[in-house]
Design a protein around this ligand. Sequence first.
Ligand code: ADP
Ligand code: MG
Length: 239
Amino acid sequence: MKALEITNFKKSYNGNVAVDDISLVIKPGQFYGLLGPNGAGKSTTIHCITGIGRYTEGKIELFGHDVNDDYREARKRVGLAPQEFNVDIFSTPEKTIDYIAGYYGMRKKERKIRVAEVLEQFGLTEHKAKQFKQLSGGMKRRVMLARAMVHDPDFLILDEPTAGVDVELRHELWDHLRALNKSGKTILLTSHYLEEVELLCDTVAIMNKGKIVFEAPMADVTKNGTLEKKYLELTKDEL
Ligand code: ADP
Ligand code: MG
């Protein structure tokens, strides 16, 4: 069984190609890093995996469920911590997470227990009643992570989770992600921080201009040089 299988996936916006015929496979339990400069097509790919974006070319499956044709089953299995904070900034972490739990069909009683659980897990209990806009950058990221995990998905997708997060909180987030992966969650992480991907991920792909230009086990990359060297080689603009 594959956790994620993308086959010949393409996506354009108004005729401009954002993702240009990519294929990739992620196996259960993997911690997969997708690197690439701004505009490479990482978020577009993630939006189509999670049902935020629509697509017509290619095929995307989560644990064998087609994300278009079988979206109810597919969406249960995935949680997304998005790059942009797509929340009501006047609302609280507790309400924000509860709202999504409702979206996944949890009843009020069950929600109460589960929301309290994820708030605690991500160290948000004491901040649960504050307005989102009053939280620090790191706390906001944690809310995104807690919300992504509320329905206990097997697959977690994080789109640049540490952008704008200071060093200390970044390390804290990394610890959370490592623990989740250890507990059996499959993780797809996009980032443009090379060290982050190198530290956390067992497999890395590099995307540039809508294409996957490189994929390898991390151990192989670091054995034959540095990830940075590889990355710069593959993403430098043509003259
Ligand atoms: P990344 O996440 O790797 O930075 P994106 O997937 O956000 O890349 O963007 C890929 C390309 O698609 C870029 O050229 C970007 O400008 C374009 N793009 C992304 N979202 C939209 C959108 N909603 N409408 C039009 N163009 C978009
Ligand atoms: Mg992006």
